[in-house]
Ligand binder design. Structure first.
Ligand code: SAM
Length: 297
């Protein structure tokens, strides 16, 4: 009989998850090597190496990223809103302490990139142990770094940003405030009249619990609200993951693929070769929802 290999618990990282459908299932990742284990003022920070996914970052027991698929997440959450905007110059990144969004966004000819994460320790630990993600982008002269609550920073800006990317943790702990209507109102006010924002949201597994109610809140403020879907194999949520992109004036689904491809060529030039997931055709396709995830008109 095939010998069953049950690894002792200590060799496994069993992902917790915040209240939601996901509580009914959890993922376990084999720990090949522990790299960093600590607690900041805000959250537990854990970095380990797994044979299947490479280096992994978990905050408060929830997987944030893996070396194997972080590029999917960061290319989608950065290039789709930036290339949907006709001439982005001022970008705000809230969260994203690992530097992945900054790395992708810095490939665009932006004038200024404001970056705010509540937890300086995440940035420092990620720079040290996960440098393949930020690849030195924090030294980019356009990047202005702030360590405070993203809600506080966005409150201080009105009609200023062309694009805002909210790459937060889940709606628990410090990330909770970034899923509330009053924060969405502040984002609305901080955006220019043709502004676009994108929010990391959660798994489609939690469509009824998170995606639908969040989109309903956003529809009170924004003309266009588009869920964006992407595969995230390292997330314990059945891999289909959801961001939501909102816009005051520009209908992202009405931009022809040819125009997206033109902007991509013009803006990224030779840096386009560095993309491993994003293409103009998947840009449009990522907003096409199957019936069960379509929002009521
Ligand atoms: N980019 C990663 C990925 O690929 O999934 C995950 C997101 S990143 C690690 C989440 C970041 O949000 C963390 O660095 C955390 O410190 C930050 N964060 C949580 N709450 C925040 C808040 N209220 N304001 C600013 N940053 C916050």
């Amino acid at each position: 009989m095939k010998e069953e290999i049950i690894f002792p618990r200590k060799e496994w990282f069993l992902e917790t998850s915040f209240p939601g459908v996901r509580r009914c299932k959890a993922d376990a990742f084999r720990i090949q090597k522990e790299i960093y284990k600590g607690r900041s003022k805000f959250q537990d920070i854990y970095i380990f190496e797994s044979p299947g996914f490479g280096k992994m970052l978990a905050l408060d027991g929830i997987i944030q990223l893996s070396q194997a698929d972080e590029f999917i997440y960061h290319e989608v959450i950065s290039h789709i809103p930036l290339l949907s905007h006709p001439h982005p110059k001022h970008l705000l990144v809230i969260g994203g302490g690992d530097g992945g969004v900054l790395r992708e966004a810095a490939k665009h000819p932006l004038k200024e990139i404001y970056f705010v994460d509540i937890d300086k320790q995440v940035v420092e630990v990620a720079k040290k142990y996960l440098s393949f993600i930020s690849q030195g982008v924090f030294a980019d002269k356009r990047v202005k770094v702030f360590f405070t609550d993203g809600k506080k920073l966005v409150r201080g800006h009105k009609n200023f940003f062309d694009v805002i990317v909210v790459d937060s943790t889940d709606p628990v702990g410090p990330g909770k405030v970034l899923f509330q209507l009053d924060f969405y109102r502040l984002v609305f006010d901080a955006l220019k009249k043709d502004g676009i924002a994108i929010f990391q949201l959660g798994p489609f597994l939690d469509f009824d619990l998170i995606v639908k109610p969040t989109c309903r809140k956003l529809k009170e403020l924004f003309t266009y609200v588009n869920p964006v879907r992407l595969p995230m194999p390292s997330y314990s949520c059945g891999s289909e993951y959801c961001f939501v992109m909102v816009s005051k004036k520009i209908n992202p689904q009405a931009i022809p693929e040819k125009e997206i491809a033109r902007r991509l060529r013009l803006r990224l030039t030779d840096k386009e070769k560095s993309l491993r997931y994003y293409t103009p055709s998947m840009h449009q396709a990522s907003m096409a929802m199957p019936k069960l995830w379509q929002l009521a008109k």
